[in-house]
Write a protein that binds this ligand. Structure first.
Ligand code: GLN
Ligand code: ZN
Length: 757
C-alpha cells in the first residue's frame, strides 16, 4: 500500500516565508534572497515527507501567495492593467495579489475569496475578452526539477482546468465556452512537458466537483478532460477531489481516462456509498483521502482500517492519502512546549499526519492489522476518556427554549429608540475594530507572554495605545469609536484563550491568505466563560471620550468556524455553548455602559455547506440562532452591530437579516456592488456599512474615490440606513496609510452629509 499527500503547508514551521515576503515588499531583501528562502523551505518540506515514507510527494504545491493565482499566471490569465505596469514576473504576480501603488502605476489587487469551505483565501482569476490563454512560465517544471535534483521524485500538483474555469470571473462578454479549448490545450502541454521531464504522476486538483453540479458542468468537465487526456505524454493523471463527495458526477469522472481518482472519505459523506454502489473501474488507482487534512485530531485507525478494507475489495489499487491539502492544518506539535502531553497525544498536525500515513501503511500491510502495536496504541487512545465535561454548561444548553432566540422589541421599534438615543449624524463613520498592530504592540504582548514584563506594564502599555487610538479617531472626526483591539493577537484566538474548554497553541499557524496566518485555537471540551474578557479594555476606552465607544466581540459561529472543532459533539451544541459565553460578555459590557456592541461574524458564510441542498438543515438552522442567542436580552437602546468579511451573501440575505442585528458592516470594495441591489430588492432592514475601501491593500483611497463609492451605495440604500467604514479591521495595515485613508473617508462622509442634509 502506498501513501500520498495532496499538498503541504508552505509558509514554514516558523512562518519563514511570511517574514521573507514582507521584507521583500518593504524592499529590504532582493528577489534572489526571497527565492532562496522559498527554495530552503521546499527542500525541508520534501525531505520531511520523504522521511515519513510518503510515496507520492507533491511539488508545485508551493506558492508565494496563492496557488490559484499561480495557476492563473501559468495560463497567462493576467489582466492588462497588471501587465501594463511593466514590472518583472514576480512583481507583476505580487501586484495581482496585493495591488500596486508606485512609480509604474496604481492598481487594486484582484478579488479574493474563501477557498471553498476553508479559512484559506484564493485570488479570483479574472478573464477579460482579450485574454490570450497560453502556457506562460515554467514554475511546475522548475519545481519538479528542483526536487529531482535533491533526489526526490515528486507528483506535480496543479489546480485543474475545470476548477480554474469555474472559479474565474469573466469581465467581458466572453464566457467559459470561449476559453475551453485553449485551456485544455495548455493542460495537455503541461502533461507533455512533465512527461518529458520524467514525472510518473501529475495531480490535477478539482475540488469544484464536490459542489451541486448540473448537466452543463459535467459536460464541460468531460469536454476538458477528453481533450487533456487525449495524449498524456506518458504521465499518469490523478484527478484529485476534496472537501466533499462527487455524487453528481462519480460515474462520469471515473469513466474518463484518468489513471487515478482521489476521493475524500472524511468530508465526503457519500463517498464510500458511491464507490460501493457504482464500483470502481479496474486498472485504475483509488486515492483514498482518509487522514483528515482539515482537523487536528488523531486519526482513528479502527475506522480507517474498516474503510480501506472495504475499498481494497472494490478497487485494484488503493493509495491512502490526506483528505485535502495539509495547508489547512499547522506544521507540527514539536514546537508546542506548553501543551500538556495528556492533550498533545490526541492531536496530529501536518507532520504527525505524515507519521499517521506511514503507520497506517504498515498496519494495513500487516497480516492482521488489529494485532499491530500501532493499531493497539491508537485504539487505547480512543478508549481513554478525555477530561472535557462541564455539566453546568451542558444543562444550560439543554434548557434553552424558543424565547431564548428572540429579541424584543422588534427591529423597527428599536431603530427609532436608538436614533433618539445616539443622535448620530447622517452617514455615521466608524471602523471595524482593530487598529494597526505595529511592532511595539506585538512586542509588548510577546514580552508579557514570555514573562519579561509584569501584567501591569503590559496593561499600561495597551492603555497608552488605546488612548492614542481614541485621540487619533477624535482628531480624524470618526463618529463611533473603537478601542483598537491591541490586546488581541487574533479575533478568535483571543477569545479562545479567555474561554475555558479551549486549548491554545504557540506556533500552530495556518495560512489564511498570502502572508497572513492565523493560529486557530482548539475546542477541547465544554466551553464556558469564567470572567469578563473585554470589559476592562472597553470601559477604559469609553472613559477617555464623550463619543460612543463600540464594544468589540467575536460571535459564536465565527469562534467555532475558526477553531479546530471537537469531533465528539455536534457543531450546533458547541456553537450554543460558545453563544452563551459570549452572551454573558455582551450583558457585562451593557451593564458597564457600553451601548454599542459589535459581534463579528466574519466567518459565518464560509462554513455554509458547499452544496446548497445542505445549507439549512446542516448549518443555518443552528448558526443563525446561535447569533440571536448572544444578543436577545439586551435593552432596546443597545445597538448591536455585526461584521462580515465578504459580501457574497445574496443567497442568504434573509438569514443575514434574521440575525436581527441593528447594523451590519461588510466587505464591498473588492467586489462589485451587486449586493446592494440585492439588499434593496429584499427590503433589507438591518442598517448597513458596505466597506468603502480595501484594507487588504496598502494603497490610500482618495476622498473622491470613496465619495463615488458612497454615491453608488446611496442609489440603493436609504440614507438613514447607510454607515461609512473601511471593509475590515485595520490591524494588518501600517499607521502611515491608516491615518490618511480614514481622514479621506471622513471627508467623503462629511461632503455627502452636506449634500444630503
Ligand atoms: N473586529 C475585527 C477587526 O477589526 C474584525 C476582523 C475581521 O472581520 N476579520 O480586526
Ligand atoms: Zn472583516
Amino acid at each position: 500500500m502506498k501513501t500520498s499527500v495532496i499538498g503541504y503547508p508552505r509558509v514554514g514551521t516558523l512562518r519563514e516565508l511570511k517574514f521573507a515576503s514582507e521584507k521583500y515588499f518593504r524592499g529590504d531583501i532582493s528577489t534572489e534572497e526571497l527565492e532562496a528562502t522559498a527554495a530552503d523551505l521546499r527542500k525541508t518540506h520534501w525531505a520531511t515527507q520523504k522521511e515519513n515514507g510518503v510515496d507520492y510527494i507533491p511539488s508545485n504545491d508551493f506558492s508565494f501567495f496563492d496557488g490559484t493565482l499561480e495557476t492563473a499566471v501559468l495560463l497567462n490569465i493576467i489582466p492588462k492593467r497588471y501587465s501594463d505596469l511593466k514590472l518583472g514576473e514576480l512583481d507583476t504576480y505580487f501586484a495581482m495579489a496585493r495591488g500596486y501603488q508606485g512609480e509604474s502605476g496604481d492598481v487594486k489587487a484582484l478579488a479574493m475569496k474563501k477557498w471553498f469551505n476553508t479559512n484559506y483565501h484564493y485570488m479570483v482569476p479574472e478573464i477579460d475578452d482579450d485574454c490570450e490563454i497560453k502556457l506562460n512560465g515554467t514554475k511546475p517544471f522548475d519545481l519538479f526539477n528542483e526536487a529531482k535534483a535533491q533526489g526526490i521524485a515528486t507528483k506535480p500538483v496543479i489546480v485543474g482546468a475545470f476548477t480554474m474555469l469555474k472559479l474565474a470571473r469573466f469581465t467581458g462578454s466572453k464566457s467559459i465556452a470561449d476559453f475551453t479549448d485553449a485551456v485544455a490545450d495548455v493542460y495537455a502541454q503541461i502533461l507533455e512537458k512533465l512527461g518529458a521531464l520524467g514525472a510518473e504522476w501529475v495531480q490535477f486538483d478539482e475540488p469544484y466537483l464536490v459542489h451541486d453540479l448540473d448537466k452543463d458542468d459535467i459536460s464541460l468537465f468531460e469536454t476538458l478532460y477528453n481533450k487533456i487526456l487525449a495524449s498524456k505524454g506518458g504521465v499518469k493523471v490523478l484527478v484529485q477531489t476534496y472537501f466533499g463527495d462527487i455524487r453528481d458526477c462519480y460515474k462520469e469522472v471515473t469513466a474518463l481516462d484518468f489513471d487515478g481518482v482521489g476521493l475524500d472519505f472524511i468530508e465526503g459523506k457519500r463517498t464510500l456509498d458511491l464507490v460501493k454502489t457504482n464500483g470502481f473501474p479496474s486498472g485504475k488507482t483509488l486515492f483514498a483521502g482518509v487522514v483528515n487534512g482539515k482537523n487536528i485530531w488523531r486519526n482513528h485507525y479502527a475506522k480507517t482500517i474498516e474503510t480501506v478494507t472495504e475499498l481494497n475489495k472494490l478497487a485494484d489499487e488503493v493509495v491512502i492519502s490526506t483528505s485535502c491539502s495539509l495547508l489547512h492544518v499547522p506544521y507540527t506539535l514539536k514546537h508546542e512546549q506548553k501543551l500538556d502531553e495528556s492533550r498533545k497525544k490526541h492531536f496530529a498536525f501536518a507532520e504527525e499526519k505524515l507519521g499517521e500515513l506511514n503507520e497506517l501503511k504498515s498496519v494495513l500491510a500487516a497480516p492482521n492489522a488489529y494485532e499491530t502495536a500501532e493499531y493497539k496504541a491508537n485504539a487505547a487512545l480512543f478508549e481513554e476518556s478525555r477530561d472535557c465535561d462541564n455539566k453546568a454548561v451542558q444543562a444550560r444548553v439543554a434548557s434553552l427554549t424558543d424565547a431564548d432566540f428572540v429579541r424584543l422589541p422588534e427591529f423597527h421599534e428599536r431603530e427609532k429608540i436608538q436614533k433618539d438615543a445616539f443622535k448620530l449624524p447622517l452617514f455615521p463613520t466608524t471602523t471595524i475594530g482593530s487598529f494597526p498592530q505595529t511592532a511595539d504592540v506585538r512586542e509588548n504582548r510577546r514580552k508579557f507572554k514570555k514573562g519579561e514584563i509584569t501584567e501591569q506594564e503590559y496593561v499600561d502599555f495597551n492603555k497608552k495605545k488605546i488612548e492614542e487610538c481614541v485621540r487619533l479617531q477624535e482628531e480624524i472626526g470618526i463618529d463611533v469609536l473603537v478601542h483598537g483591539e491591541y490586546e488581541r493577537n487574533d479575533m478568535v484566538e483571543y477569545f479562545g484563550e479567555c474561554l475555558s474548554g479551549y486549548l491554545f497553541t504557540e506556533k500552530a499557524w495556518v495560512q489564511s491568505y498570502g502572508t497572513r496566518c492565523v493560529k486557530p485555537p482548539i475546542v477541547w471540551g465544554d466551553v464556558s466563560r469564567e470572567k469578563p474578557m473585554t470589559v476592562a479594555w472597553s470601559t477604559y476606552a469609553k472613559s477617555l471620550t464623550d463619543k460612543p465607544m463600540k464594544g468589540m466581540l467575536t460571535g459564536p459561529v465565527t469562534i467555532l468556524n475558526w477553531s479546530f472543532p471537537r469531533e465528539d459533539i455536534s457543531l450546533k451544541e458547541c456553537a450554543y455553548q460558545i453563544g452563551l459565553a459570549i452572551k454573558d460578555e455582551v450583558l457585562d459590557l451593557e451593564a458597564n455602559g457600553i451601548n454599542i456592541i459589535q459581534i463579528d461574524e466574519a466567518a459565518l458564510r464560509e462554513k455554509l455547506p458547499l452544496r446548497k441542498t445542505d445549507w439549512t438543515d446542516e448549518y443555518l438552522s443552528w448558526a443563525i440562532p446561535a447569533f440571536r442567542l448572544v444578543h436577545n436580552t439586551v435593552k432596546p437602546e443597545t445597538q448591536i452591530h455585526t461584521h462580515m468579511c465578504y459580501s457574497e451573501f445574496a443567497d442568504i440575505i434573509k438569514e443575514i437579516d434574521d440575525m436581527d442585528a441593528d447594523v451590519i458592516t461588510f466587505e464591498a470594495s473588492r467586489s462589485d456592488l451587486t449586493i446592494l441591489d440585492v439588499l434593496k430588492e429584499n427590503n433589507f432592514r438591518t442598517e448597513v456599512g458596505p466597506g468603502v475601501y480595501d484594507i487588504h491593500s496598502p494603497r490610500i483611497p482618495s476622498a473622491e474615490e470613496i465619495k463615488a463609492a458612497l454615491n453608488k451605495m446611496l442609489a440603493r440604500i436609504p440614507a438613514s440606513k447607510l454607515w461609512v467604514n473601511p471593509d475590515c479591521g485595520l490591524k494588518t495595515r501600517g499607521v502611515a496609510e491608516t491615518k490618511p485613508s480614514l481622514t479621506n473617508m471622513v471627508a467623503a462622509a462629511k461632503e455627502l452629509r452636506n449634500e444630503n442634509q
